[in-house]
Design a protein around this ligand. Structure first.
Ligand code: WT7
Length: 571
């Protein structure tokens, strides 16, 4: 395993963040670190929630501290122990941050699961993540967990945040009853900075999802980037729109703002352009972190030419997950009165790595520059795991890589040490993204090295989709690809060949879409299904997704370097 040498880098922003997070005896528990604000500013609002019906409720840092301590006790009672996972399957709600912090206080590893996943992806992920407890709502439990309970021997207990009366049976517990019966005293496990804190699942194009492990040291990068990139301080009302199921939902949706002592704004309603604009205004959001997809949908609802938006408290707008095109930046400048800041990072990096910061005046459409302390490079992969690092001082294009020494660097892919090692070479972490650096030192997004699908900011492994399609009796083979989509970046598209005895029809396409949706959930299920007599294969028998994609888009096959060239011109 690569050792994380960030402490030797002697970066003042990291030192000061670490000093703030660490206990006097040097340990760091991110759940407990938030209690410091309860001691210093107990009445400061920690979380402000806008419910679906429009009612607003508030939680002070004092209350957050007390409630997360009780949750830590309750989770210990049902068997959460240091190093075990607390799977958290929740939609946007005040419960999500409370459960993350409570699990961390108990020394557990918070492992959020996307609530829109169907039973299959949930079971796969818990299978990869291993032993622990699961926290969810009664409705999600009935729909997604009860049908597969027998396939989840890893779960010591299931805890419902809203259990109906008398729901304790079969290892299913009522969180409120557990809290009522648990201890009141302090409950925070001393964890070393390198102890695991978070587990996030991310997809590659082949095989099972990878479980990315982050330690409590992630907090150092989150505090540093929260200050530098998002300009967060104790007076801000910060709204991160990410779903709790993805890394952003925990990193910036819970930890960064609460470690900094800001007020976290949560809107429990699903996305709707007008609703979100109302939330910006009525919750007096000062710092907003969202995605290009959401911005593009709002832009469509309120195009240039209409009156600017009324979000007068807004001071910083940032986005992540996909390329932020220059048109959206231009729209933001006029309609929001802000230069939307692009930020680049990925599950593995744990925190923002490249961004348009207030300090650097980077070009519209570029991702910006590495944040303080982070050193970026562009590299070419050579045979035998070797790499060639391009001259750092020149404009270039290649795979984006970083010195493997920043606080939030992931510590492992759970149980896959070889896969982890293969992401590193020469002391560098290789991201799998292609980027271009211009003569001014700004970085521009080019694409993925592999062919994972990127839809609405989610990285979807083609194989996970294909496997489910192929489980249908009609399907012989399937290739899942991403096709360009104005709204979500890429839409999931599948091309399938059929088994003997089945004929292509609209009815079958509809049935396959339903089959995939029931198992995969709405985000991962293909939007379009196309039939093909036979899929193209490599000689070793792998489906050639790139060719499938070219055919689906009616393009002739061009080589990859030309594709990259084309996306450069678009940028
Ligand atoms: C991949 C990581 C951490 C955010 C949520 C997704 C793409 C991320 C940008 C950006 C263009 C971006 C990359 C990256 N990506 N930010 N600003 N511009 N592409 O985390 O699921 O691990 O996905 O999202 O391809 O590798 P993730």
């Amino acid at each position: 395993m690569e050792s994380n040498e960030f402490t030797r880098a002697n970066v003042p922003a990291w030192r000061s963040a670490r000093d703030w997070l660490a206990e006097p005896h040097g340990t760091v528990n991110l759940g407990a670190a938030i209690d410091r604000h309860a001691a210093l500013r107990p009445d400061q609002v920690a979380i402000k929630v806008r419910g679906a019906d429009g009612t607003v409720s508030k939680l002070s840092y004092r209350a957050l501290c007390a409630e997360t301590t009780r949750i830590a006790h309750a989770l210990r009672v049902v068997g959460l122990r240091p190093g075990l996972k607390a799977y958290i399957l929740l939609e946007r709600s005040v419960e999500f941050p409370k459960l993350v912090l409570g699990a961390l206080k108990a020394g557990g590893v918070a492992a959020p699961l996307f609530a829109a996943f169907g039973p299959d992806p949930i079971a796969t992920r818990i299978g990869v993540g291993g032993e622990g407890v699961l926290v969810t709502t009664h409705a999600l439990y009935r729909r997604k967990i009860a049908p597969i309970r027998a396939r989840l021997p890893q779960l010591r207990a299931i805890v419902l945040v809203d259990a109906p009366e008398g729901a304790w049976s079969d290892g299913v517990f009522d969180l409120n009853l557990l809290i009522a019966e648990s201890g009141e005293g302090p409950c925070s496990v001393d964890t070393d900075e390198s102890a695991p804190a978070l587990l996030h699942f991310t997809s590659g194009t082949t095989g099972t999802p990878k479980a990315v492990v982050h330690s409590h040291a992630i907090g150092v990068s989150l505090v540093a980037t929260g200050r530098e990139v998002l300009d967060l301080g104790g007076l801000d009302r910060f709204w991160c729109t990410a779903d709790p199921g993805w890394v952003t939902g925990t990193a910036y949706g819970v930890l960064a703002p609460l470690l900094i002592g800001a007020t976290l704004v949560i809107d429990t309603a699903p996305f709707d352009p007008q609703r979100w604009l109302d939330t910006l205004a009525c919750m007096r959001v000062s710092v907003w972190y969202t995605t290009p997809t959401a911005l593009r949908m709002i832009m469509r609802a309120r195009p240039l030419g209409q009156p600017p938006l009324e979000a007068t408290s807004l001071r910083v707008v940032a986005s992540v997950g996909e390329p932020l095109n220059a048109e959206v930046v231009e729209w933001g400048r006029t309609m929001l009165g802000q230069r939307i800041r692009d930020t680049w990072w990925q599950t593995e990096t744990g925190a923002i790595m490249i961004a348009n910061t207030p300090a650097g005046a980077s070009a519209d459409g570029s991702m910006g520059r590495p944040v303080i302390g982070v050193r970026a490079h562009l590299v070419r992969r050579l045979p035998l795991g070797l790499i060639h690092v391009l001259d750092d001082h020149e404009a270039a294009e290649g795979e984006l890589a970083f010195d493997a020494a920043w606080p939030a660097m992931f510590g492992a892919y759970l149980d896959q040490p070889a896969r982890y090692r293969s992401q590193f070479s020469n002391g560098l972490y290789l991201t799998g993204d292609l980027a271009r650096r211009d003569a001014r030192g700004d970085y521009w997004y080019v694409g993925r090295v592999d062919d994972a699908i990127q839809s609405s900011g989610h990285l979807i492994g083609a194989y996970e989709v294909e496997r489910v399609l192929m489980a249908h009796p009609a399907v012989a083979e399937a290739a899942a690809i991403g096709v360009p989509d104005d709204t979500c970046g890429e839409a999931v598209h599948a091309v399938v060949s059929l088994n003997a005895g089945y004929a292509a029809s609209d009815a079958l396409a509809t049935e396959l879409r339903g089959h995939a949706r029931a198992r995969l959930g709405a985000v991962m299920a293909p939007r379009h299904i196309e039939f093909s007599a036979e899929l193209p294969h490599t000689r070793s028998g792998k489906i050639m997704r790139r060719q499938v994609r070219a055919q689906a888009l009616g393009e002739s096959i061009v080589d990859l370097s030309m594709l990259e060239e084309a996306s450069l011109h678009e940028a």
